[in-house]
Design a protein around this ligand. Structure first.
Ligand SMILES: Nc1ncnc2c1ncn2[C@@H]1O[C@H](COP(=O)(O)OP(=O)(O)OP(=O)(O)O)[C@@H](O)[C@H]1O
Ligand SMILES: [Mg+2]
Length: 367
């Protein structure tokens, strides 16, 4: 009998659904591996009260439903519930089934499935398809802007030479300067023409370069911390492109902190690196993915543009062109990766996911 029970838990341990077995006081008796992973606890979860590990944001509703299940034997389930797990808000589907025991008590079997991960994957797929169309549109527009600019600039120069009037020359100077500004903008909209030149590199070298640049630009107004995982494997990527991605994101963090100073507090930017196993990007599942986080404790992304920040020309700053993040996402998605963002006042985190691939023959090595 005991052996049979063990085998059952072994079976349960291989389920992707989290399963928790609770006693009549809603304390954990047993949980499978998926539940340990979801709740972020190990065997120490046993004996703990469910509410210490998992709490529906509608806590009153959850308590009432659990009481009904225990006292009247009513099973219940909830879809896309917003719950607290380990201090973080997650979206899960959960179902609770009352189980009468031989001693006359009622115990509860709880099944949980994280939905935020599935929602994330669905969102990414949708994003990747629209992203391609938007890029084409922006490139087309940039070409159209750029085409007549050379002519306008040249004509203004000729006019300036013919005018011999200082006051009028100021006008032609305005035309030339504005044409140059537009040209610079159109160049950024077009993006880089250079194909990526990947080689095997330690990504921390890129992070350190960006850290030095941001420290220099911040001139003491902001502190830049780091938390690297030294065991990260080398990545096969174009270092200049990754530096540009990191700079665009860290530059935004710096701008947000400098433009919104908090009295008596120095803003902080944190650069972090981690590895993650079995991670899905778009539709592709990777054995190993490197995650680079850039986090700041500034005001957060304005809510009105939060859902659209990776689209080109979306900016919350008067002087911004709204291209930095779209360029960064473009580069990273070409490398098979993805950038995610999670932002609230006091904490904004951009996570860059880059897939790791086995070194292959003929690959150019780092310096
Ligand atoms: N760390 C951050 N904190 C607060 N807001 C941010 C942060 N990062 C990005 N944003 C918001 O997202 C917007 C879009 O950023 P993005 O880099 O694409 O464009 P930009 O900075 O406005 O212009 P550009 O980078 O082209 O000069 C920013 O204007 C800003 O409002
Ligand atoms: Mg920017």
């Amino acid at each position: 009998m005991a052996r049979q029970a063990l085998d059952r838990w072994q079976l349960l341990d291989n389920l992707s659904t989290a399963v928790i077995y609770l006693d009549a006081a809603c304390c954990v008796v047993e949980l499978n591996a998926a539940a340990s992973a979801l709740l972020g606890v190990g065997s120490k979860a046993r004996g703990q009260h469910l509410e210490d590990l998992f709490l529906d944001k509608d806590d009153v509703g959850m308590r009432a439903a659990l009481q009904r299940a225990l006292q009247q034997g009513h099973p219940f389930n909830k879809r896309e519930a917003h719950v607290w797990i380990g201090g973080q808000e997650r979206v899960v589907d959960y179902a609770v089934t009352p189980l009468p025991t031989p001693s006359g008590d009622t115990h509860l079997l709880m099944e949980l499935q994280a939905m935020d991960r599935l929602m994330r994957i669905a969102r990414e797929e949708a994003w990747l398809t629209t992203h391609l169309a938007t890029r084409q549109l922006i490139r087309g527009m940039a070409h159209e802007i750029k085409n007549p600019l050379g002519g306008i600039r040249g004509a203004a120069q000729l006019l300036a030479r013919a005018l011999h009037d200082r006051e009028l020359e100021e006008y032609t100077q305005v035309i030339i300067e504005e044409a140059d500004r537009l040209r610079h903008l159109a160049d950024r909209m077009l993006g880089s023409h250079r194909p990526p030149q990947p080689r095997r590199i330690n990504v921390h070298e890129c992070m350190e370069r960006v850290r030095a640049l941001i420290i220099a630009e911040a001139a003491g107004a902001v502190s830049v911390e780091r938390d690297y995982d030294p065991s990260l494997p080398d990545l096969f990527i174009d270092p200049d492109q990754i530096i540009q991605v990191l700079l665009n994101i860290a530059g935004n963090a710096l701008q947000a902190l400098v433009e919104n100073p908090q009295p008596g507090k120095t803003g902080q930017i944190m650069l972090r690196s981690r590895s993650q196993r079995q991670f899905t990007i778009g539709t592709q599942r990777h054995r190993l993915v490197v995650r680079l986080d850039i986090e700041d404790d500034g005001p957060g992304i304005p809510e009105a543009i939060r859902a659209a920040i990776f689209y080109p020309m979306v900016s919350g700053r008067a002087a911004g062109t709204g291209l930095g993040l779209s360029i960064a996402q473009d580069i990273v998605s070409q490398a098979g990766g993805l950038i995610e963002c999670d932002s609230q006042p006091g904490q904004t985190r951009f996570s860059i996911y880059l897939p790791w691939e086995e070194p292959h023959d003929g690959e150019s090595m780092g310096r």
